[in-house]
Design a protein around this ligand. Structure first.
Ligand SMILES: [Zn+2]
Length: 216
């Protein structure tokens, strides 16, 4: 039985079943949830690395004096660009808003990412600000992936895909500002795949037997 971590399963699933252009052999999936995972298919092969631990870009430090991450380090990428980060940004935006007003409101209860998505869809300014900050850091990390690996496609997978009309333009702006290489990477967003591990396992079997889907 083949088991892959969720990001690798998503990468295989997207590579075989996704809506990317035909003929590609370099695809990276960035899974965005409470944390960030990265699954990489390079030259048509899933990159596992030693002990299957490749792809932990979510725990690359981008600010060593930043907030503590679940891994024990400080300022990892996922501390700035995950769903949890957006929830934190929302609380901070609310607190900043209250400081500007005199009305003594009770502190806003911690919101879930789902709440923030719903608020943003209704035009809530703090929710929009929280998503924009998350998007900024998603863009920074994705810029690192483009600069380092020059993939054909990067697929962002997660609930954030639902608001990609708001998040995507910020991500693209950061990439255009910061990415000094001229890799022609296409950025896409995809909702959460039902049972990504199952689809990933199917994809893995296909991969083993038939090689890259577009060159078979
Ligand atoms: Zn970490």
């Amino acid at each position: 039985m083949e088991l892959e971590n969720a990001a690798n399963a998503c990468a295989l699933s997207e590579f075989w079943f996704g809506k990317h252009p035909e003929g590609i052999s370099n695809l990276i999936v960035v899974t965005v949830s409470e944390g960030i995972g990265v699954g990489m298919i390079l030259n048509g092969q899933l990159l596992r690395g030693t002990s299957g631990l490749a792809g932990e870009f979510g725990h690359v430090t981008i600010n060593e004096s930043g907030p503590q991450c679940g891994c024990g380090n400080h300022g990892c990428w996922e501390v700035y660009a995950s769903n949890s980060a957006a929830v934190r940004y929302y609380s901070e935006a609310k607190a900043a808003g209250r400081n500007g007003k005199s009305s003594p409101q009770k502190p806003t209860a911690a919101k879930t990412f789902e709440n923030i998505l719903q608020l943003a869809e209704r035009g809530d300014p703090e929710a929009a600000e929280a998503l924009a900050r998350m998007a900024h850091y998603l863009g920074k990390g994705i810029t690192m992936l483009i600069a380092g690996l020059a993939p054909d496609v990067i697929v962002v997978v997660g609930d954030v895909a639902r608001v990609w009309d708001k998040v995507g333009p910020v991500v693209m702006e950061v990439i255009q500002q910061r990415c000094s290489t001229h890799a022609n990477t296409k950025i896409m967003a995809s909702g959460l795949v039902p049972q990504p591990r199952l689809r990933g396992i199917v994809a893995l079997v296909l991969q083993r037997h038939f090689g890259a889907p577009t060159t078979a």
